[in-house]
Design a binder for this molecule. Sequence first.
Ligand SMILES: CC(C)(COP(=O)(O)OP(=O)(O)OC[C@H]1O[C@@H](n2cnc3c(N)ncnc32)[C@H](O)[C@@H]1OP(=O)(O)O)[C@@H](O)C(=O)NCCC(=O)NCCS
Length: 213
Amino acid sequence: MAYLLRRMEKEDIDQVTEIDREAFPSQWPPANYKQELQNKTAHYIVLYDDTKTIDVLPESPKSNFNIFSLLMPWAKQKTPEKVPLPPTTRQYIVGFSGIWMIADEAHLTNIAVRQQYRGKGLGELLVITTIDLAIEHKASFMTLEVRASNLTAQSLYQKYGFTQMGVRRGYYLDNREDAIIMSTESISGESFQRQISELREALKQKLPNIKSI
Ligand SMILES: CC(C)(COP(=O)(O)OP(=O)(O)OC[C@H]1O[C@@H](n2cnc3c(N)ncnc32)[C@H](O)[C@@H]1OP(=O)(O)O)[C@@H](O)C(=O)NCCC(=O)NCCS
């Protein structure tokens, strides 16, 4: 089994949205990855399983609607019949994560792993790669919000040096749940880097087929 990482592309949006909905079924408003990819402050990565592919349908062509065809139906042009495009084969995405860069703060917006791929260290791989991404974008520190009930994610973040800084009461609109605000110390500082390089080494043992950790 080989897992590889790369930047998110617009052709990934359907798979990423599917993983998002599986991970956060009640989230309101739901994340909009089309918008996220157009957001200059956002940077997203995807993790894919190199042994598997998926057929995806290309975006349907734009409708030929125009106001004149409503006002003057007799003048409506005959449009050529739309031929459906064949599906294209894409890499099978198993997880993703992203940040927003706000001045020197990298805000971790989201991280999720497909359910059947959880518990193998892939969440850790995404966190480490996201920290690398934040450093690449010259972030000094990282922040995030996590549901008070999401102890799995909190445990993952604590392992990677995030500590609780505060609580936003009733932050989540679907059930008015509190958000725990977490933050790192300086991510380029010596003690954080030492902690991450130890975790990186441990993860290499767990995921020997990943070259880019
Ligand atoms: C959070 C999530 C990304 C973790 O991914 P994963 O691939 O299963 O995690 P890993 O296998 O890399 O586990 C890493 C660490 O996460 C924590 N963790 C993972 N599964 C856990 C579980 N079932 N219970 C408690 N902690 C758990 C542990 O700290 C673990 O480290 P350890 O192995 O040393 O105990 C995944 O559970 C997920 O997609 N959840 C839904 C989306 C979500 O909640 N995202 C966070 C939004 S803020």
